[in-house]
Design a protein around this ligand. Structure first.
Ligand SMILES: [Zn+2]
Length: 312
């Protein structure tokens, strides 16, 4: 039975706490297929995608998006995930890292990402407004790092569980859970939730046996769980030839001129979906002309976002 990826927003005890619970199996499978990632890298990127997807679905405005960057000291280098509501994409400097399993038989995500470093979160609120938060990586296992981020940077204590179950190139199950007590939540409910946290420890495995509705009824029994909303999630990259053109223009006159002089044109490839676009020397000359007449300056491009997506 194939169920499309989705996120459930669940209320507990009439507004005492909120739960985000999602299945991201197909999204993580698509990520793995695109990047040809090894199991440990699939687990790392899958956890980051899933956490970011949940943050993306917390966004209110239509034009808002969230970018989570993990710069750890592990061999995978920098990991980036971007969510525009339910549309998610991710990339890593090196998605082909191979590591021995940990002593407990689990994939060593913490070592792949790195046990130290920083996690940056940029919420793009549209119209050029951004909210930027940062916290230290505490384990590189990602769920703990998200929890640390919510507590330190947003003063919102959160219980976060993320799981990706992999068999070679196949993602058997991927999913995540965020529980946040809301203002005025009684201590008793908080301690009830803390007591239940071992239930979510092996979340992706649990999700292979039961659907999300059944699991949420079991896990939050006695706390009046009510599903408020269901939102679809998918791997989707919003890059286009037009956005790549903007990235090239944002290089500036000097770099554009040197590309024109080299006479080889420029090929750009998107880090998130690997689509390629070729720009001929004539295209580049045309861009330079337009940049110089200032036509490209009318619209303020989100240079930071496009920069990250582009490479030559
Ligand atoms: Zn793309």
């Amino acid at each position: 039975m194939s169920v499309k990826d989705e996120l459930l927003q669940i209320d507990l005890n009439h507004g005492e706490a909120r739960v985000l619970f999602c299945d991201t199996t197909e999204t993580v499978q698509r990520c793995t297929d695109l990047h040809g990632s090894t199991p440990v890298c699939t687990a790392a990127m899958g956890r980051l995608l899933t956490g970011t997807a949940m943050m993306g679905l917390m966004l209110k405005g239509e034009e808002e998006s969230v970018t989570v960057t993990m710069k750890g000291n592990g061999p995978m280098g920098t990991l980036i995930a971007i969510a525009d509501h339910g549309d998610i994409r991710a990339c890593a400097d090196d998605p082909t890292v191979q590591l021995p399993l940990r002593k407990d038989g689990k994939l060593d995500v913490g070592t792949a990402v790195g046990h130290r470093g920083t996690m940056h979160v940029i919420r793009d609120l549209g119209h050029g407004k951004q909210y930027i938060g940062q916290s230290e990586i505490v384990s590189g296992e990602i769920a703990m790092d998200f929890a640390q981020y919510f507590t330190v940077s947003e003063q919102q204590p959160s219980l976060v569980a993320l799981g990706v179950l992999v068999n070679g190139p196949t993602v058997l199950k991927a999913g995540g859970l965020i529980i946040q007590p809301l203002p005025g939540c009684p201590e008793e409910t908080i301690s009830q939730l803390e007591l239940r946290s071992p239930l979510f420890a092996d979340l992706s495995r649990e999700m292979t046996f039961e659907n999300m509705e059944t699991l949420s009824r079991e896990w939050f029994q006695g706390l009046n769980p009510v599903i408020l909303e269901r939102n679809p999630i998918r791997y989707h990259c919003s890059c286009s030839r037009e956005r790549m053109e903007k990235a090239l223009i944002s290089l500036g006159r000097k770099d554009l001129l040197s590309l024109i002089e080299e006479g080889q044109g420029a090929e750009l490839s998107c880090h998130f979906c690997h689509s390629r676009h070729f720009f001929s020397t004539e295209d580049l000359q045309d861009m330079l002309r337009r940049a110089e007449t200032g036509r490209s300056g009318q619209e303020s491009p989100h240079a930071e976002d496009t920069d990250k997506e582009m490479s030559q």
